[in-house]
Design a protein around this ligand. Sequence first.
Ligand code: ZN
Length: 60
Amino acid sequence: MIDKQYGKLSLVCDNCGDGKEGFNNISEILEFVSEEGWITRNANGTWEHYCPTCSEVAEI
Ligand SMILES: [Zn+2]
């Protein structure tokens, strides 16, 4: 999921809660997602995000 805190965006894994904070905009998150091997999935209209570890283990 993408969280907004203190005017900054955070990327949080929907499975384990791990993630990274301090993004200024969605573009920075999308860049991080593709560079770090995160997986995004659209579930019933909601975007879910999974870190590389969970995407491997859970085979999402
Ligand atoms: Zn995870």
